[in-house]
Ligand binder design. Structure first.
Ligand SMILES: Nc1ncnc2c1ncn2[C@@H]1O[C@H](COP(=O)(O)OP(=O)(O)OP(=O)(O)O)[C@@H](O)[C@H]1O
Ligand SMILES: [Mg+2]
Length: 231
């Protein structure tokens, strides 16, 4: 099963927007940022965003982390939340401790303010996943999660939630119903059309506000793809 998600085999993702900000891929991330900023209006504010995809390894965490970087670089206060408590990677990408994080906030009532960690990038704060809980879906679906969303909306301009794949587990569906909008990542040569359709169907079932699709393109060199956004 090549598409199976292998637990405990997670790697940091490439922060091209940090290491090569003038590359075409980084420019694409800035274009996505601009498009999202235009999608935000007075009556439909876009402050909390879920990033998901149909299956594993399609670029959810890469997209989440790089978008968080470009939003932070534009001067907005950004919180990147590793809401993939099953297969977390954000703490590795930003070289942070995962001793406590989202699972801690949800299961103990500790505030985000106490647990979130500053990164070396100005304006970019990260809430790592925290220790792996036995019941991620229940935690995300809890009333406590609603309180957490209210808290972070008061603290940050943009909050990005890196999620597990939507076809595999229900976590991204749950979160999509709670946030302002959802981005679906599709990876060239990996995402099957029927899986992408299934993902869209699962998200519309919970009345997710679909912001568009991030097309994670073909591999050009070792870890550089290209990105294309369409709404
Ligand atoms: N366009 C691309 N070209 C080359 N490598 C890529 C591209 N996009 C992502 N990757 C690499 O593929 C791997 C999976 O990417 P990433 O972790 O972002 O996916 P994911 O959807 O979050 O996966 P998971 O389902 O495991 O959470 C990573 O090693 C990442 O660096
Ligand atoms: Mg991921």
């Amino acid at each position: 099963m090549a598409r199976e998600r292998k637990e405990n085999q997670t790697n940091p993702v490439s922060l091209i927007t940090l290491v090569d900000p003038s590359s075409p891929v980084s420019e694409q991330y800035r274009t996505i940022r601009t498009n999202l900023q235009f999608a935000s209006s007075a009556d439909q504010r876009l402050q909390t965003i879920v990033i998901t995809s149909s299956g594993p390894g399609e670029g959810k965490s890469t997209t989440s982390a790089n978008l968080a970087v470009v939003f932070a670089k534009s001067g907005q206060r950004v919180l990147l939340v590793d809401a993939d408590m099953r297969k977390p990677t954000v703490y590795k990408t930003f070289q942070l401790s995962n001793h406590s994080g989202l699972s801690t906030v949800l299961s103990t009532g500790t505030s985000v303010r106490e647990v979130a960690q500053e990164t070396t990038i100005p304006n970019l704060t990260v809430l790592t996943s925290g220790p792996k809980p036995p019941n991620p879906s229940e935690l995300l679906g809890s009333v406590r999660m609603d309180q957490v969303i209210t808290e972070v909306k008061g603290l940050y301009d943009i909050v990005i939630f890196d999620m597990p794949p939507v076809v595999a587990v229900t976590d991204a569906q749950i979160m999509s119903s709670k946030v302002d909008g959802t981005l679906l990542v599709i990876r060239e040569n990996v995402t099957k059309k029927e899986d992408a359709m299934k993902a869209k169907e699962l998200l519309s079932l919970v009345q997710a506000r679909m912001l568009g699709v991030v097309y994670n393109g073909a591999e050009q060199s070792k870890d550089q793809g290209y990105y294309y956004y369409s709404s």
